[in-house]
Ligand binder design. Structure first.
Ligand SMILES: Cc1ncc(COP(=O)(O)O)c(C=O)c1O
Length: 369
C-alpha cells in the first residue's frame, strides 16, 4: 500500500454528528454525504452513523443518483436517501429500483412526467428556490407548481426544502429574507390545502447560527467533517476535523548553495540544505498553487515545503534536523501543531470543502476509531 493516505477518524465523525444532534434538539437529521462524504468515504461514513442505532440520521442526502446507488449497493437499505440533483425522467427506473427519492425542481419535469406518465406512486421532495438562484422552483411560483403537480397522477410529495446562499456569513439579512420567503411558501401551500410532508432548510451555516431555519429536519454537511462553513459563523458547536493527510519521507538529499529544487527552479538554496522528498503531489490533491507556501509536521516540528509541487512528489527543507527516510509527515490534520484544511484553503482562497473533496481517489482512506 502507498505510504500516502488520508486518515479518517470515525470517532471524530461521531463526535461532530452527536454535537450537531444535540444542538438541533429533537429535529431529524439528514446527513449530507454527497461527493463521497466530502472526500471522507461515504459508505464508511454512513456505516458509522448506522452503528449508532436509534440515534442515527433519519435521512441521507446525496448530489447524484449514482451516489445514492453506491450506498444502496453497500447495503444501506433502512434509511431514505434524497438526491438533490433535479429530477430526470430517464433515471426513474433507478429511483424505484434503489429506493432513492428525487427532487422535483422545475415545471419542465412535471411536463415530462405528464407526457410519459407514472405507473406507480413516486415519492418526491420539492426543492424551492428562495434566493439561491441555482435550482428549484421559484418561491413566487410554488403554489402554481403544486397546482400543476397535484393534477398529475402518482406523485406524492413527502418533503419540501430550500437551500441558503449566505447562512455562513455574519450578516444574516439575506438568509433571513430566504427564510421569510420559504415560510410564506409554506403558509400559502397550507392555505391552499396542499400537503408537502417534511420541511427542511438548514445547512451547517444555518445550524450554527439560524435556529429559526431548523423546521422538521436539518442537513449538515461540512460540519459533520469537522469544519465550520466559514470563519464568520459563531463557534456554537465543538467540531473536530475528521481527515488527516499523512505520508512518509521517501528520500533525503543534500542540496548545495545556489542549486535549485523542482520544476521551474522556484526554490534556490541560499545555503547548503538537506531536503526530504514526500510521495504526494497535485494528482493527490496537493494543489500546485501551494508551492513554497505549506508546511509538514515531522517529529512534532514544522518544516517548510520548497520548490514546485509536482504531480507525485513534494520536497521539504529539513536542514539541521534528525529527519530520516520513513518518518511520518502530517500535511494537515488534527495535531498539536495545528495544520488543518483552513491553512491550505486560506492560501488557495477557497474553503475546506474544496480541500477535502479534492483529495483524490488514488489516496487510500484509512479508517480509524
Ligand atoms: C441541498 C444541500 N443541503 C445541504 C448541504 C450541506 O451544506 P454544508 O456542507 O454547508 O453543511 C448542501 C451542500 O452544499 C446542499 O447542496
Amino acid at each position: 500500500m502507498r505510504s500516502t493516505f488520508a486518515e479518517i477518524n470515525l470517532s471524530s465523525l461521531i463526535h461532530n454528528y452527536i454535537n450537531i444532534r444535540k444542538k438541533v434538539k429533537n429535529r431529524k437529521v439528514m446527513a449530507v454525504v454527497k461527493a463521497d462524504a466530502y472526500g471522507h468515504g461515504a459508505v464508511e461514513a454512513v456505516k458509522t452513523y448506522e452503528s449508532l442505532g436509534s440515534s442515527s440520521p433519519e435521512w441521507y442526502g446525496v448530489a447524484l443518483t449514482e451516489e445514492g446507488i453506491e450506498l444502496r449497493k453497500a447495503k444501506v437499505t433502512k434509511k431514505p436517501i434524497l438526491t438533490f440533483s433535479p429530477f430526470q425522467y430517464d433515471e426513474l427506473d433507478e429511483y424505484r429500483r434503489y429506493n432513492i427519492t428525487p427532487s422535483l425542481s422545475a415545471f419542465e419535469q412535471l411536463e415530462q412526467i405528464k407526457l410519459k406518465k407514472l405507473k406507480n406512486v413516486l415519492k418526491v421532495h420539492v426543492n424551492i428556490d428562495s434566493g439561491m438562484g441555482r435550482m428549484g422552483v421559484r418561491f413566487d411560483e410554488a403554489v402554481k407548481f403544486f397546482s400543476a403537480l397535484t393534477a398529475i397522477k402518482n406523485i406524492e410529495v413527502i418533503g419540501i426544502y430550500t437551500h441558503f446562499a449566505t447562512s455562513d456569513e455574519r450578516d444574516k439579512r439575506f438568509a433571513k429574507l430566504q427564510l421569510q420567503r420559504f415560510n410564506s411558501v409554506l403558509a400559502l401551500l397550507k392555505e391552499a390545502a396542499f400537503s408537502y410532508g417534511i420541511v427542511h432548510a438548514a445547512n451547517s451555516g444555518a445550524i450554527l447560527d439560524l435556529e429559526d431555519a431548523y423546521f422538521d429536519m436539518v442537513r449538515p454537511g461540512i460540519s459533520l467533517y469537522g469544519y465550520y462553513p466559514s470563519l464568520q459563523t459563531k463557534g456554537t458547536i465543538k467540531l473536530k476535523p475528521v481527515m488527516s493527510l499523512i505520508s512518509k519521507v521517501s528520500e533525503i538529499r543534500e542540496i548545495k548553495k545556489g542549486e535549485s529544487v523542482s520544476y521551474g527552479r522556484k526554490f534556490i538554496a541560499k545555503e547548503n540544505i538537506t531536503t526530504a522528498a514526500v510521495p504526494i503531489g497535485y494528482a493527490d490533491g496537493v494543489n500546485r498553487n501551494l508551492t513554497n507556501k505549506i508546511h509538514g509536521i515531522i517529529r512534532n516540528k514544522k518544516f517548510e515545503q520548497i520548490g514546485r509541487v509536482t504531480m507525485d512528489r513534494i520536497i521539504f527543507n529539513v536542514t539541521n534536523s534528525k529527519v530520516q527516510v520513513g518518518d511520518k509527515i502530517i500535511l494537515f490534520g488534527e495535531n498539536k501543531l495545528s495544520i488543518d484544511a483552513w491553512t491550505w484553503s486560506s492560501i488557495l482562497k477557497t474553503i475546506p470543502y474544496e480541500i477535502t473533496c479534492n483529495i483524490s481517489k488514488r489516496v487510500p482512506r484509512i479508517f480509524i476509531k
